[in-house]
Design a protein around this ligand. Structure first.
Ligand code: HEC
Ligand code: HEC
Length: 197
């Protein structure tokens, strides 16, 4: 009798653990791309245009930029703590589908106010700093280079400072080189110019 109970335990305990781990991982594994997109929308806006300070809009970004950044974020090369849950377990096909979704949505300006004097100053600075040769004259981006036009102003300012200060992990070295040594005032002017396009 005693022997039988021990045998039963030996069998039951691993089976129970297996059962629990399957239960715990089930919601993540079973999530469809559509369900993931809903998670993204909570932060990046239902239509891909963010209404939250310092969270970038994804709408109308070049598909390859989104694909590239999502891989970097998933791999921890560009670690974003707030996004850890949202990218966990995504495979390359999921990432491709998510990138296609957001790239296809129209980019809309946020309700932040841009200052016309700063917009003008930024427009004068941008050609000399090669911004437009990579991000295109209309700042709509191409390939791995993001759209800057109509991006959130607060996010653009934060991003430009982080490239200059070397605090954006996984940053493109050419992008860092483009803003190295630039003053806060210059970066703010460039951000107003880009957000207003
Ligand atoms: C809890 C909020 C949150 C959720 C959920 C979230 N993100 Fe993010 N995401 C952020 C923040 C904050 C940043 C900017 C971080 C930074 O640069 O400091 C960001 C940045 C990004 C970037 C980089 C964009 C750029 O212009 O550089 C991409 C791409 C992105 N998120 C896609 C997604 C996708 C796709 C999902 C859903 C699978 C998602 N995010 C879910 C908060 C979130
Ligand atoms: C040699 C090409 C190149 C030049 C020149 C360049 N950029 Fe970039 N930029 C990139 C690439 C590539 C990325 C995306 C890679 C990354 O995030 O590290 C990027 C990212 C950015 C971002 C982040 C946007 C986002 O959504 O996360 C901003 C803002 C930006 N650039 C503004 C500028 C401005 C302003 C200038 C001119 C001062 C400029 N760039 C010049 C290539 C360039």
């Amino acid at each position: 009798m005693l022997f039988k109970v021990t045998q039963l335990r030996r069998f039951c305990i691993p089976a129970l653990w297996l059962g629990i781990s399957v239960l715990l991982s089930a919601p993540v594994v079973a999530q469809t791309v559509a369900e993931r997109i809903q998670m993204c929308q909570a932060c990046h806006g239902e239509d891909g245009n963010s209404r939250i300070a310092n969270i970038p809009s994804l709408a109308g970004q070049p598909e390859f930029f989104l694909l590239n950044q999502l891989v970097l974020i998933r791999e921890g090369v560009r670690p974003i703590a707030a996004m850890q849950e949202a990218v966990k377990g995504l495979n390359d096909a999921d990432i491709q589908a998510i990138a296609t979704h957001f790239a296809g949505l129209p980019a809309k300006a946020s309700d932040e106010k841009t200052d016309p004097a700063l917009v003008k100053q930024g427009a004068e600075l941008a050609p000399g700093l090669e911004c437009i040769s990579c991000h295109k004259p209309d700042l709509s981006g191409q390939q791995q280079m993001p759209r800057l036009a109509r991006q959130r102003l607060d996010y653009l300012i934060m991003a430009l400072k982080s490239f200059r200060d070397g605090t954006r992990s996984g940053a493109d070295p050419l992008m860092v080189g483009a803003v190295l040594g630039r003053s806060d005032a210059e970066l703010i002017a460039l951000a107003h110019y880009a957000a207003s396009k």
